[in-house]
Design a protein around this ligand. Structure first.
Ligand SMILES: *Cc1c(COP(=O)(O)O)cnc(C)c1O
Length: 247
């Protein structure tokens, strides 16, 4: 018996495979993360039953709500992919194995403080605003290197790479430009050889642009709509909150 989520997963994986073939990459080098904001538990469960193990949430509250379900599937891992306010850090480090969205020093400091308290370390990615769109979070590309250097002073943070949201409703060339920019920042950072900085992970590509992202070197693609269907809340609810950047 198959359901719509399973069918969508099959389609997405075929497309991933084609993009890998087209760019001479191995399929196992690209991970599929399912973006689950607003997705009801039944659909989440379908994906878990289909064998999916990597999920990403945008809000601490939704993460908390969905956590009990996740615990029933022991291989499942959660990542945090949304804008993270410093007062939510405590909740988030409890549940996730990778935070994709570290985009300012203040957040790094808050994470470090919490992790020291808990005697833990955390894998993180630095989010870069490669499209320069105001509605999106992320450090401007010109200061990404500096932020990575500043964050590398915190011995509780393992910097694993970079994340970006490509320009939306754009042509393939425009999104490709965003992904290439991220890749070039990765190379720049690698050259510097900061402590605790690996830079192997490139989290880029969503439903509309993951094929291009794979061609440009993505190691994690974050897909929601193509697997779960349209969301009932607009993305501006998640990406354009009226929060101060230093919160
Ligand atoms: C919602 C979201 C995605 C997935 O977007 P789709 O277009 O639904 O695939 C990926 N990354 C982030 C940060 C998101 O908030």
């Amino acid at each position: 018996m198959s359901n719509l989520v399973e069918e969508n997963l099959r389609t997405v994986k075929q497309q991933m495979e084609l993009a890998c073939q087209a760019s001479g990459r191995k399929t196992e080098d690209v991970k599929l993360l399912l973006a689950t904001k607003t997705v009801p538990l039944e659909k989440l469960q379908m994906a878990m039953q289909a064998g999916e193990v990597l999920f990403g949430e945008n809000k601490a509250q939704e993460l908390r709500d969905k956590f009990p379900l996740m615990q029933r599937y022991n291989r499942v891992e959660w990542h945090f992919i949304g804008h993270l306010q410093t007062n939510k850090v405590k909740d988030v480090v409890k549940y996730v194995t990778l935070i994709h969205s570290v985009d300012r020093l203040k957040l790094g400091q808050a994470l470090h403080r919490q992790l020291v308290n808990e005697n833990k370390t955390m894998d993180i990615l630095v989010q870069v605003n490669t499209s320069y769109e105001e509605s999106k979070f992320g450090v401007p590309p010109e200061v990404a290197l500096e932020l990575v250097e500043q964050l590398s002073q915190f011995e509780t943070l393992n910097i694993k790479g970079l994340m970006t949201i490509g320009k939306l409703n754009a042509t393939n060339d425009e999104t490709r430009h965003c992904f290439r920019l991220l890749k070039s920042i990765q190379a720049e950072v690698q050259e510097r050889g900061f402590p605790r900085v690996d830079m192997d992970v490139l989290s880029m590509g969503m439903s509309g642009d993951f094929r291009v992202a794979i061609e440009e070197g993505a190691t994690i693609i974050r897909v929601g709509t193509s697997v779960f269907g349209q969301r009932y809340l607009p993305d501006s609810y998640y990406w354009n909150e009226n929060v101060r950047q230093d919160e």
